[in-house]
Design a protein around this ligand. Structure first.
Ligand code: SF4
Length: 343
């Protein structure tokens, strides 16, 4: 099976005890069945401690480890994992072995990204001004037949990336064309859904559309209020959003902001294969990119991106709430987005 990754993945190394925002602090540790059974089966002192820390999580339909003072109960005084030290990396729960990797299985191929909520991955994403690229490799595992939309969505997404990375134009103009292509592509998918055919029109979709008079307001400050209305993972997030709403947006390095936009597009666009909501994923990409720029005026781009990724990318319900708001809330119409991008 083909595996696609971000071009900096091989350079990733966990900061472990030196991490300033460890994923072992403040994050729920949900256990996979194999490791939960392993911890319950043994009679070692570590097994007994694990069994005592395990609580059944109805929402996740799985056991998780009860945090102590907001920390994983196996995180020692040096911020290192006791399970890892005693039994090796494979003894840690699957979620710990895979974090910060997000993997999407599309049957015929897989795509992996490193979460920008992880400081080490975040530093790699923002540590270069080169256009963000991808690597492909073979896993040796058998693939399955993919969704029939994928042969059309993949070249369409390559075109979206090319638009975002066309540095001959200002980033806002690129984001506008990106959004219009998503709007046009969305209607091709809707036709394909209705008629039961292939979305061949994605291969030739034109990059222009007639939009009437644009509204006077853009998507801010409503976009910050929307983010603040989602489930909060870190308690000071609403205050950071409030502060971002009170300061002027400070222009950021466009090359870095472009990498942020391509990262969010890579993470989101192809998921429309499941529900046809291509426009929603385009709006999601633009909102998060522009929100990163605004929040960066308070705390810098790296921290803004880390917080956005933590709050939105690591909470599926929050991501879905954004897509739902784009469908229902007039504050997030395409016209409001275009007004925001045109200034
Ligand atoms: S957040 Fe990233 S760098 Fe920090 S401990 Fe977790 S995986 Fe390692």
């Amino acid at each position: 099976m083909l595996l696609r990754t971000l071009d900096y993945e091989e350079a990733f190394h966990c900061l472990a005890g030196d991490c300033p925002h460890s994923c072992c602090v403040g994050w729920e540790v949900v256990l996979d069945d194999t490791h939960a059974e392993r911890y319950l089966a043994g009679d070692d002192p570590l097994n007994r401690r694990a069994a005592e820390a395990m609580v059944y999580d109805e929402g996740e339909d799985a056991f998780s480890l009860l945090l102590r003072g907001g920390r994983c109960p196996f995180l020692d005084a040096e911020n290192l994992c006791e399970l890892h030290r005693a039994w090796g990396p494979e003894a840690t729960p699957l979620i710990c072995q895979t974090h910060p990797r997000f993997t999407e299985d599309y049957g015929a191929f897989c795509e992996r990204a490193l979460s920008a909520a992880c400081p080490a991955a975040n530093a790699l994403l923002l540590g270069s001004r080169e256009p963000l690229g991808f690597r492909e490799s073979e896993t040796g595992e058998p693939g399955e037949e993919g969704d029939p939309w994928l042969p059309f969505l993949l070249p369409f997404r390559r075109r979206l990336f090319a638009v975002l990375q066309d540095r001959s134009r200002p980033l806002r103009a690129r984001l506008e064309e990106f959004l219009i292509l998503c709007l046009l592509g969305d209607s091709v998918l809707a036709d394909a859904e209705r008629e039961g055919g292939a979305p061949e029109g994605l291969l030739t979709v034109s990059g222009s559309v007639t939009v009437g008079d644009l509204p006077e307001e853009g998507i801010f400050p409503a976009g910050l209020r929307l983010l603040a209305s989602l489930e909060v993972l870190e308690p000071d997030w609403p205050e950071l959003l409030r502060a971002a709403g009170t300061v002027e947006a400070a222009p950021q390095d466009e090359a870095l902001l472009e990498r942020v936009a391509v990262y969010f597009a890579y993470r989101s666009i192809l998921k429309c294969v499941n529900d046809g909501d291509l426009l929603g994923r385009g709006l999601y990409t633009v909102l998060l990119t522009l929100a990163a720029e605004r929040i960066a005026a308070v705390c810098g781009l790296s921290e803004a991106l880390r917080r956005l990724s933590r709050e939105v990318e690591h909470d599926q319900e929050n991501g879905e709430a954004l897509l739902s708001a784009f469908r229902k809330d007039a504050d997030f119409s395409v016209g409001r987005f275009l007004r925001e991008l045109r200034g």
